[in-house]
Design a protein around this ligand. Sequence first.
Ligand code: ADP
Ligand code: MG
Ligand code: ZN
Length: 622
Amino acid sequence: MTTNQDNKKPQKVLATYALAALIIIFLLNIFVIPGLMERSVVETSYSDFLSALDSRQVKEVEFDTANYTIYYTMEQDGRPMICKTGLMYISDELIDRMTASGAEFASVIPTQQSPLLSLLVGLVLPVILFAGVGVLLSRMMAKSMTGGPGGAMAFGKSNAKIYVKSSTGIKFSDVAGEDEAKELLTEIVDFLHNPQKYREIGASMPKGALLVGPPGTGKTLLAKAVAGEADVPFFSISGSEFVEMFVGMGAAKVRDLFKQANEKAPCIVFIDEIDTIGKKRDGQIGGNDEREQTLNQLLTEMDGFDGSKGVVILAATNRPDSLDPALLRPGRFDRRIPVDLPDLQGREDILKVHAKKIKIADNVDFREIAKAASGASGAELANIVNEAALRAVRQGRRFATQADLEESIEVVIAGYQKKSRVLSEKEKLIVSYHEIGHALVAAMQTSSAPVHKITIIPRTSGALGYTMQVEEGEHFLMSKEELENKIATLTGGRAAEELIFHSITTGASNDIEQATKLARSMITRFGMHEDFDMVAMENVTNQYLGGDSSLACSPETQTRIDEKTVELVRAQHKKALKILQDNLAKLHELAKYLYEHETITGEEFMEILMRKQEVPAHAAAD
Ligand code: ADP
Ligand code: MG
Ligand code: ZN
């Protein structure tokens, strides 16, 4: 019974092919083959034939009485040609004309193919053709079902790219900063080069390492650098490639990838954006079966091979908390390599690495640029350098300067200067006071960072003015007081508007958003409110992608949190108002300067602020 069942499918397939073949043969016989056979015969009119006879061009003639056709040959452009025309009836006169013209009676009708040959062409050939195609197809299908490698068009084949030594051309020296990550990866490269050293002690390499960090910090770059440094083959595949195109192929691809890797060992397998397949299996009905199968296959394969053989798996993600815990247990991705946003030194190094690629003035102070670009990722820094080069070209210079770099920080962070957007005089004045409000509140609270630069040139990002703050040293911990001061600074813009114009504008929406977020976090996450002590009211997910948070408390508590948040912001807003009120003269002076010059640097700002108070005319007038 079982064999019968097994045979049923191929038989059915064969029957389908036979039917298709018959239909096609039928069509061929009707339309194509007769056409082919007659193609070389030219049809002419009867009078053409007669005039050709009279002008002695006709060589041979044959009457096909059965089909009422005359076939004749003549020469055209030196080449013989067979023509045909309708046969009226064979008169004596016609015969006379023919003899007179010197044409011969001969066999002209194009030779019919022998019946055997036409049978061959019409029937046997297509059958052979179809059988051939059928066999090919069924072989391919069988192969793709088992996920086997090879074959002309195997659908399940993994399309991992193989990098061999230095084919990427990227070395560790191209990756600036990230020293811890580089150290850990260097160890892996070293293991692949001389495993003996490690085996002697009895140490075995971790099977997998997971590069974790925010977008643009150089995870993919690091993996490529490993490929460049290692002497071994390097397979690279992106997580999304596992789930593309055909359902059910993801698992086959994983299997195939590991099979290839095992054959090529020692080698490195790199799975980029692993979160696309490695998401937590949630067991929901209607979950993504395809993804789960792929993940299961990956887990099985990672257990299946023996670590001492020298297959090291690297993966990168910016959503480590969404990964399935099974992936992270020892024996799989047991090593986590954090790839964080670069610190001041790191930023300077990254800028230098990328500056080598462009023509740049010798006197550029990269430290200054790195300071101003606090919080930028490696990708953003690379972009800043490129923008600087573009700006230099735009202005017809042959190399980039410090000013180009400074401008491009603002471009990358705040968007291009918008030349066409012209603020009305009144708006310009409001924006000036708003920005100075921020800066003044910041400067007056001792522990707030001084400003680097303020501009009121509108940006394409929509910001009308822009205050760039510089952190003098690196900050990792923030005290409650510093956070409160920051909120006060954020409210400073609006406070200045209230104080001077006695009306408020929409310009503070971004400030409000940030202030609220900060105040909320102080209460719900940092335990900085006496009412809630050290209880977390919020859980943060996706810490590398902006940090969404979800509330984890009762609705009553939520209401109280909301109230406390408002209280906190209000207190800081009051503080900002008071600071500005106390320094009204300076506020006027600074805002006037900004209004007139449109930009003010940190030094100019401090200079005006520290200047001996003269009796300001407009303050008195107020
Ligand atoms: P991701 O972490 O999102 O994978 P990438 O590795 O793709 O980020 O980095 C994008 C680009 O940013 C790189 O091609 C490189 O030009 C630049 N970059 C990021 N980090 C660094 C770094 N540490 N050193 C030099 N360039 C970097
Ligand atoms: Mg990447
Ligand atoms: Zn503002």
